[in-house]
Design a protein around this ligand. Structure first.
Ligand code: SF4
Length: 190
């Protein structure tokens, strides 16, 4: 089957990591990966982003073809309570990251580290961020940590289970699915 341009979006995902490591401010580009799926779900009421345009999903599929055990993921990962709970947890952590950004905006000192798995603070002193306001840099550090954490979880579950097992409990997938369900429900009522 002839490949389309969007079959190569995994390259954009890789590029994001390279750019982010070179300069943490590129972490802001990750907002594109946040906003586009939500917009597509809100406007289109479907999961086209997941099915076609998600570079992370593609990358997990590609890497998984080599490194995955291909075991079925445990049933609890698919359960509504786990997916909802994980989304809630993720959003709370995202909110705390926004709070840190606000605190720096209000005068607190910038913390030049990336937090992995909500626990491990990776020093990131080489980052050159003097050209922007400290809160802009703080958001970049925080957001890169969010992206890195979800990628590490995605890779772990890729190795342990099926390549795209992350998609089973990905907070973005859960959110877009919820939006699509809401939209479909509304359209049924109309
Ligand atoms: S569930 Fe998440 S990682 Fe998987 S395709 Fe959708 S947005 Fe991408």
């Amino acid at each position: 089957m002839k490949r389309k341009w969007y079959d190569y979006l995994w390259i954009a995902e890789l590029l994001y990591w390279v750019l982010g490591v070179c300069n943490i401010l590129f972490a802001w580009l990750g907002m594109v990966f946040f906003c586009i799926p939500l917009l597509m779900a809100i406007v289109g009421g479907n999961k086209t982003y997941c099915n076609r345009f998600c570079g992370r999903g593609q990358l997990l599929g590609l890497l998984g073809s080599k490194f995955s055990r291909n075991a079925p993921p445990p049933r609890f990962l698919r359960s509504r309570w786990f997916r909802g709970g994980f989304l809630a947890f993720f959003m709370v952590m995202f909110g705390l990251m926004l709070r840190s950004t606000y605190m720096v905006f209000s005068g607190a000192p910038l913390r030049q580290s990336v937090t992995l798995l909500w626990t491990f603070k990776l020093p990131w002193q080489w980052a050159e961020v003097g050209m922007v306001a400290p809160w802009v840099a703080q958001f970049a550090f925080g957001f890169f940590g969010v992206m890195m954490t979800s990628t590490v979880l995605g890779l772990l579950t890729m190795v342990l289970f099926r390549p795209r097992s992350w998609c089973v409990y990905c907070p973005m997938g859960t959110m877009t699915q919820g939006i699509c369900k809401l939209k479909q429900g509304k359209e049924d009522v109309q």
